[in-house]
Design a protein around this ligand. Structure first.
Ligand SMILES: NC(=O)c1ccc[n+]([C@@H]2O[C@H](COP(=O)([O-])OP(=O)(O)OC[C@H]3O[C@@H](n4cnc5c(N)ncnc54)[C@H](O)[C@@H]3O)[C@@H](O)[C@H]2O)c1
Ligand SMILES: [Zn+2]
Length: 360
């Protein structure tokens, strides 16, 4: 078992990585004397992970909980689902001292965190991630929210969990596409802040491609350390936390233009390829950096080129309407080396278009 801390003063919390038996006592301690609502989705339930958690809670004499099973998928990450969760919380008699528990990927995690942030003006919640992406990214850092038809994550709140705990065994039922989605974020950490981590990934692509559980445990810890460090330095994204958006400016645009048919991780991989291309054009980094990044992505079966027939002008337009670019110009995170990035405001649009054409 490994424990890290997200260091946020009186809002600090542990990230515990191991299996349920390792952290169930700590979880029960946090829930003691309180009512809880576990929120999960149909796939996680069908894979048996809800039942495992419920049994483990009961075996530790904690029974004051109910469970709510949501339909899976980004299309349910809506205000209507937040209302559904809040109503279930009322029915389960959750009060201000109660706790919500998210057992699933980033969709349920974001929804649960947001419902907890606003239910009775804010109650506590706990993240039990079951996807690689949630384990390495969405469960840590306190960004919660839901989508609007107008765009992803347009409503939300910063609300830090009380605890993040992962049972690495749950990942064994994860479909391959979901693994690859998470891997794009893992490569991102290497590129933005940790060249040794990047090298570790480069040297172990076989283990990554065979989903070796022991190796995954290792990369999840390292990824969480990276994310926890960034979040502790800039909780509300006033500055440095923005480096986590590497690959996401172009990525979000491409994802949106595909009507979300393109999975997030694949879109981020393409976004990283576009960003490093631009960085090369701007003389911020060498072509070697581009080659190293793209080779690793390719070995992990992630794309480094835009989908066929992509419209470069439409991508730039979509980037401009991103909520993070509201002040006018486009801001992008661009690499200066493997393990180092820089936040560039007011990116030259013509050069950006050239970079995008370079990854067509
Ligand atoms: N809050 C943040 O900081 C943050 C960061 C990154 C992403 N996100 C959000 O996270 C969401 C994406 O999260 P995700 O990639 O985890 O997707 P997801 O929650 O949709 O999960 C992916 C799929 O895997 C299924 N699943 C989950 N765990 C499983 C398991 N152990 N076995 C089998 N199937 C399982 C789910 O039912 C779903 O169908 C997006 O909405 C994104 O906006 C948030
Ligand atoms: Zn992402």
């Amino acid at each position: 078992m490994n424990t890290l801390t997200v260091d946020l003063g009186d809002r600090s919390y542990p990230i515990v990585l191991g299996n349920t038996a390792d952290w169930i006592e700590l979880l029960c301690e946090k829930l003691s004397g309180r009512t809880a609502l576990i929120i999960t989705d149909e796939n996680v339930d069908a894979a048996g992970h809800l039942e495992k958690l419920e049994k483990a809670l009961a075996a530790n004499n904690y029974t004051d909980f109910q469970s709510l099973i949501l339909p899976p998928g980004e299309e349910h990450k809506s205000l209507a689902t937040v209302e559904f969760i809040a109503k279930a919380a009322v029915a389960a008699k959750l009060d201000r001292k109660s706790c919500m528990i998210a057992l699933s990927g980033g969709v349920v995690g974001d929804l649960t965190g947001f419902a907890a942030a606003i239910y009775m003006r804010g109650i506590e919640f706990i993240q039990l991630p079951t996807t690689l992406l949630a384990a390495v990214d969405s469960s840590v850092g306190g960004k919660t929210g839901a989508d609007l038809p107008e765009g992803k994550n347009l409503i939300g709140a910063f609300h830090q969990p009380q605890m993040v705990a992962l049972d690495t065994d749950t990942l064994s039922t994860l479909p391959e596409t979901e693994y690859r989605n998470g891997l794009a974020e893992v490569v991102k950490y290497g590129m933005i802040m940790d060249k040794d981590f990047f090298a570790l990934l480069q040297n172990n692509t076989e283990k990554l491609n065979s989903f070796d559980p022991g190796f995954y445990a290792k990369i999840i810890i390292r990824s969480c350390e990276c994310k926890a460090g960034v979040v502790a330095g800039d909780e509300r994204e006033q500055g440095s936390r923005a480096i986590l958006n590497y690959g996401h400016t172009v990525g979000h645009a491409v994802e949106k233009l595909s009507n979300f048919a393109l999975p997030h991780g694949r879109a981020v991989a393409i976004g990283m390829a576009a960003a490093v291309r631009l960085a090369v054009l701007m003389d911020l980094c060498s072509k070697d950096v581009e080659a190293l990044q793209n080779q690793l992505l390719t070995e992990l079966k992630l794309p480094t080129r835009l989908p066929e027939n992509s419209d470069v002008d439409a991508i730039v337009q979509a980037m401009k309407s991103d909520k993070k670019n509201s002040s006018g110009g486009i801001t992008m995170v661009l690499p200066t080396a493997v393990g180092e990035v820089k936040i560039v405001k007011g990116v030259d649009e013509e050069l950006l278009k050239t970079a995008l054409k370079g990854v067509l």
